[in-house]
Design a protein around this ligand. Structure first.
Ligand code: E4P
Length: 215
């Protein structure tokens, strides 16, 4: 399973990259705003800065909601760097834009996906990635992992190549369960990735080994 980091924070991206297990980055307008990145020029530069830290795909989201606007923005984003994947919301014009980008060889990440039907549409339009938001489903008492299972079944039934990118991941059990189901990617906060490291028996075992090594 690929690990993406879900942030626009350059220090956290670098820390995950240095760990040696990072396969890409996802951003969204809220994550960019959280880092105080404002203005078109600064936003575009920030995407290039991210691409220069990591070796994998970097999702950059359009903010237009009409077909023409999404195409214009998406083409400009894709021209920025070969690692850029254009992130497009799951709305009617978004599906049309994904189809357009697919035919032009521009890679896409269909975002804000909350149902199997939406994921099926994204795959039919040729999305490179589909992003089901499992944490936000959990927040409204709906099991996000069930959606990952449904999408996995549908994509496997028909051989769709769209990669399932589990998004809105909140904790290490989300990552482990997504891996068990067969999600292709999990995009996670750095805290969820580093939480996978932790086990008290590792800590106590290492402490004992170091103590014995000194004897
Ligand atoms: C990533 O592509 C999504 O934008 C992100 O995972 C959403 O996460 P959140 O629900 O924690 O905001």
């Amino acid at each position: 399973m690929k690990f993406f980091i879900d942030t626009a924070n350059l220090a956290q991206i670098k820390e995950a990259q240095d760990l040696g297990v990072l396969d890409g980055v996802t951003t969204n307008p809220s994550l960019m705003a959280k880092e105080g990145i404002k203005g078109e020029g600064n936003i575009l530069k920030h995407y290039v800065d991210i691409c220069n830290i990591v070796t994998g795909d970097v999702s950059a989201e359009v903010i237009s909601t009409d077909f023409e606007g999404m195409v214009k923005e998406g083409e400009a984003l894709a021209d920025l760097h070969p690692q850029i994947v254009v992130k497009v919301p799951m709305i009617k014009d978004g599906v049309k834009a994904i189809k357009y980008f697919t035919e032009k060889g521009i890679r896409t990440n269909c975002t804000l996906v909350f149902s199997a039907g939406q994921a099926l549409l994204a795959a039919k339009a040729g999305a490179t990635y589909v992003s089901p938001f499992i944490g936000r489903l959990d927040d409204v008492s709906t099991d996000g992992l069930v959606l990952i299972e449904e999408i996995r079944t549908i994509y496997d039934n028909y051989g769709y190549q769209t990669q399932i990118l589990a998004a809105s991941v909140r904790h290490p059990m989300h990552i482990i369960n997504c891996a068990k189901i067969g999600a292709d990617v999990a995009t996670c906060p750095l805290s969820a990735i580093t939480a996978l490291l932790k086990h008290p028996l590792t800590d106590s075992g290492l402490a004992q080994f170091l103590k014995d090594a000194g004897k």
